[in-house]
Write a protein that binds this ligand. Structure first.
Ligand SMILES: [Zn+2]
Length: 318
């Protein structure tokens, strides 16, 4: 006999995949401005309306080999990826919080996180309506927590949840705006778009003034970890060999000192510090150069890093 829990999990996997399929529509039609209810789905290349068997989440993509059955053009990998991740998030929320209101809110947050970051990665835009819905969901949760103490979590355990949410919005927007406007001092223009401030404010409604600072900080660290290899690759591509050689030289020097002497700990430590300062200097130079460029250069959206930190935050503190 199948335990009822396994049965429910299977049901949840199917529901998650179906919601993922719906989110794909929300993402694409949010960008094109079409209605999400009408018309039915069609191939974006040849415009042929799709049959139901072409619309089964994940399965259709695999069975069709990633190609439209009419015009044989490639179907974007975005479809199965979003469907798969939505399913994983639904299952994770259930495993962590069970069949509760808290799990329902987590699923709503996760869904909005996913839709917002995929939209940003695909088209480099933040839709303000996504930020408003996210902020609305955060505020609604806080109001609910005021009346249903079982909803209280780490994020709003010390104080009035509504005050925590609203101050979170203010802090989120304020921090991002100060950072964005510091671009005026360096290059005479904003360091990044207004969309990031909207999302930071919306996340502030969920995390409150204290935890939003942690989320923003973790977002920057995640962004740095992603940017570093890309940045080294770019230096190589731009044939800035001197920078590469200096960079490698420091690494080798530190490694030799470490390998040959244990008493030279202090020197290794100092070398490490010099290396860090060196990396920071090149990074800052690169950022300034990227700000000065009106077009071109590597675009690395910050919102996905922020969202990644938020996923972790929800799991840890919710
Ligand atoms: Zn087609």
């Amino acid at each position: 006999m199948i335990p009822p829990d396994t049965l429910f999990l299977g049901f949840l996997i199917i529901i998650g995949l179906c919601f993922g399929s719906f989110y794909n529509v929300v993402i694409l039609r949010g960008l094109s401005g079409e209605s999400i209810a009408f018309p039915g789905s069609k191939c974006p290349k040849c415009n042929t309306p799709l049959k139901w068997r072409h619309n089964i989440p994940l399965l259709s993509y695999i069975l069709l080999g990633g190609k439209c059955s009419y015009c044989k053009c490639k179907i974007s990998i975005q479809y199965p990826i979003v469907e798969f991740f939505t399913m994983v998030l639904f299952v994770c929320a259930y495993l962590k919080w069970g069949f509760t209101i808290k799990a329902l809110f987590a699923v709503i947050y996760f869904s909005l996180f996913l839709i917002t970051s995929v939209t940003d990665i695909l088209e480099r835009v933040i839709l303000t309506k996504h930020a408003y819905i996210l902020a609305g969901a955060g505020l609604f949760y806080s109001i609910s927590a005021l009346y249903y103490p079982s909803l209280i979590n780490n994020l709003n355990s010390d104080g009035n949840p509504i005050f925590i949410s609203i101050s979170g919005i203010i802090i989120g927007v304020l921090v991002m705006e100060i950072l964005a406007r510091s671009g005026y001092l360096i290059a005479g223009r904003r360091a990044f778009g207004e969309g990031d401030s909207y999302i930071a404010g919306a996340l502030g409604a969920i995390f409150g003034w204290k935890y939003i600072l942690l989320v923003l900080g973790s977002g920057f660290i995640i962004q740095f970890l992603f940017a570093l290899p890309l940045f080294v690759h770019n230096l190589y591509k731009q044939k800035e060999n001197t920078a590469i050689i200096e960079f490698a030289l420091f690494l080798v020097l530190a490694w030799i000192l470490k390998a040959y002497s244990s008493s030279l700990g202090l020197i290794i430590y100092i070398c490490g510090l010099i290396l860090l300062v060196f990396i920071a200097a090149i990074l800052i130079r690169n950022i300034i150069r990227n700000i000065n460029k009106t077009s071109g250069g590597t675009y690395l959206p910050y919102v996905p890093a922020l969202i990644a930190a938020s996923f972790a935050g929800i799991f840890l503190w919710f």
